[in-house]
Structure formats: C-alpha cells, structure tokens
Design a protein around this ligand. Structure first.
Ligand code: 5GP
Ligand code: MN
Length: 335
C-alpha cells in the first residue's frame, strides 16, 4: 500500500469513483463516505456511494444518502458502478470481509483501491494507496485531514460538514472517548465556522426512534442482561423472538452494548444478537481491557482496543457459553 499523499496530485483529473464502507454502516462509515463523495463530486469526479447492506433510518437525513446504492438490495446496479470504477475508496474498514457479500466482487476488481481507516490490523496488501491510523478518533476525522492536506478545505460546505460531524460524534461517543484529541475539537471549530448546525444532528441521530425501540431496551435490560461481578463483565443476549416482538429494525440495537458499562466497576460488555444467518457480537470496554484481541481470539472479529465486533455460526446458547469461558480465561486482565 503506497502512501495516500501520492494520490493528491491525481485528484484534479476527473474519474469514475466508487466510495464504499463496512456493512451495516454506522454514522462514521456513512458520514465519512458521503463527505468524501461530496468533495470529489465538486472536483468533477463521477461519484457513486455503495453500501454493502442496508443502513439505519437514523442516517437517512444525511445529505447525499438518497443516492447511496444498497449492494444487497440492488446488486446489478451496484455491479455496474463497480465495474466502471477507476478508483475505489474503502472507508472505515480495512479487510474486505467487512463488506460481507460484496467482498468477492471487490477482490476481483482491477481498479485502484484506496484505504482510509482507523481499525487495527489493516489488510494492507488489498489496497494500492491508503492511510491507516489507529489512534484517530474516526474515519471522518481522517477524511477531513485528507480533504485539507490535498488542498481542498474550501470545498467543505455545510452538507459535507454535517456528514463529517455525524461521524465524529458517532465514533467519539459525543466527544467522550479517549481518542478525542485536540485535533478533533479544532476540526469541529472549523466545521462550525463553515455553517455546521450541530444540535439538529444530535437530534437526527439520537432522538428520532420509535416507541418500540425504547420499550425493547427496557425489556432487554430487565430480562436479557447478566452481570459477572467476579470478572467485571456483563453480557446482553437477544433472541430472535425479541427482535420480532418489538419490530426491531436495522440500527435499533446501536448503542445497547454501552449500557452495562454504566454500572460501577464493569469493564467489559458483550452484546450478542441472534440474526438470521449468524450470531452478531459487539464488545465495549473501559481502560486497559483490549476487546480487539478478545474479538479476534474468540469471535472471528476485531476492531479497536475499546470497541470491537465479531460473529459466530454457533447457536445463541453455545456462543454465550464461549463468552463466559472467555471472560474466565481473561480474569487477570479484567480483575
Ligand atoms: P459494532 O459493535 O458497532 O458493530 O462495532 C464496533 C467497532 O468494531 C466498529 O468500529 C466496527 O467497525 C468494528 N467491527 C465490528 N465488527 C468487526 C469485525 O468483525 N472485524 C473488525 N476488524 N472490526 C469490526
Ligand atoms: Mn469508525
């Protein structure tokens, strides 16, 4: 993978460009992709944004989101754009498997692949150019740096600023997490001067759910959460029947994994959801508990030191047992 700076001089020649992100995009994945697409379009590129899967309703206010192609839902349309692409920007993921059913297609494309990402252990051989900085708060911060360093800061308008800001607050937990550096705050100051209306973005992301979701959270915290004080760990496990009963939709379970960490002393939280084809895990931790390694070792996943994900093809019961075994094996780190 060559340094991303090498493409700056090439940005002024219009090309067919696809921007993509990880499956089930979160605010950072969608925000960074739409912000980059917004700037590239102003530079004269023909830009298509493709998501590997559908995305939550709370991202649908984002400027440009209506034009995003869902690979799973409209594969032919996505394939046409991918086959035409001269450049493929891969944002907020660093290993092709994170694009789910799109991974095989991406692997066979001969276009130039460019990575911008902040997750651990990048698959650098899969990309031609790129930048991978695990200390960065978010991919949106990195896209901001890319726009600035390539001499295009003047193209950050209110729409681009809104997308970048959504990504920043998503991945920093609204400026709480340790990766929230002075650079992040300085970037937000610049965005504010470019017309960013931050309060409405918080409302769009966090105050725009249906009643069902809140009732579901109440139900889950009461009936589906186990606390293991001996290991300072907690587990929330959600059977498929709960998802059906409360009409749970993509995005409704976002943030649920954080609740157990609000309990005094709890350092690691696991959330497992029984999805149709797999059991999907999310992990969050505080301080020196490394959930990237934890997700890699036990649950075919990865991510960041304090936030990661994984999956299992076992039954819900079996994968819950593995979690319990795993926290015992990691007792020394957790206690
Ligand atoms: P979430 O729990 O929100 O799905 O994921 C938490 C963080 O870990 C996000 O930054 C997400 O991109 C990352 N992540 C989730 N699943 C995986 C995975 O299977 N592999 C890797 N490398 N990262 C993941
Ligand atoms: Mn991210």
């Amino acid at each position: 993978m060559k340094p991303i700076q090498e493409i700056y001089p090439l940005l002024n020649t219009p090309r067919n460009v696809v921007v993509t992100m990880h499956q089930k995009p979160d605010p950072d994945a969608m925000g960074s992709a739409l912000a980059l697409a917004g700037v590239l379009a102003q530079l004269g590129h023909e830009v298509t944004v493709i998501s590997p899967t559908n995305w939550p309703d709370f991202l649908k206010w984002m400027p440009g989101s209506k034009a995003v192609i869902d690979f799973e839902a409209t594969r032919e349309k996505a394939n046409i754009a991918l086959e035409k692409a001269e450049w493929l920007f891969c944002l907020d993921f660093n290993a092709l498997y994170r694009t789910k059913h799109m991974a095989a297609k991406l692997a066979e494309l001969n276009c130039i692949k460019i990575l911008i990402d902040h997750h651990e252990q990048p698959e650098t051989e899969a990309f031609d150019y790129g930048i991978s900085l695990t200390a960065k708060s978010s991919t949106s911060e990195m896209v901001y740096d890319f726009i600035k360093a390539s001499g295009n800061e003047h193209l950050i308008n209110e729409e681009v600023a809104a997308c970048l800001y959504a990504g920043i607050i998503g991945d920093t937990g609204s400026f709480r997490f340790p990766a929230t550096s002075p650079d992040v705050h300085e970037m937000v100051a610049v965005l504010k001067r470019k017309g960013l209306k931050h309060a409405i973005i918080h409302e769009n992301l966090y105050d725009n759910f249906l009643e069902d979701r809140l009732r579901f959270i109440g139900h889950v915290l009461l009936h589906r959460m186990e606390i293991f004080y001996e290991y300072n760990a907690a587990l929330i496990s959600i059977p498929k029947s709960d998802l059906l009963k409360f009409n749970i939709r993509t995005g409704d379970t976002e943030g649920l994994v954080n609740y157990p960490l609000t309990i005094q002393g709890i350092k690691l939280a696991g959330l497992v959801i029984d999805r149709d084809e797999e059991r999907k895990w999310s992990f969050r931790s505080k301080g020196n508990v490394d959930v990237n390694t934890f997700a890699r070792k036990y649950f075919n996943g990865g991510g960041h030191f304090n936030a990661s994900g994984g999956r299992s093809s076992d039954s819900l019961q079996t994968t819950m047992q593995l979690f319990k075994k795993a926290i015992k094996e990691n007792a020394s780190q957790l206690q």
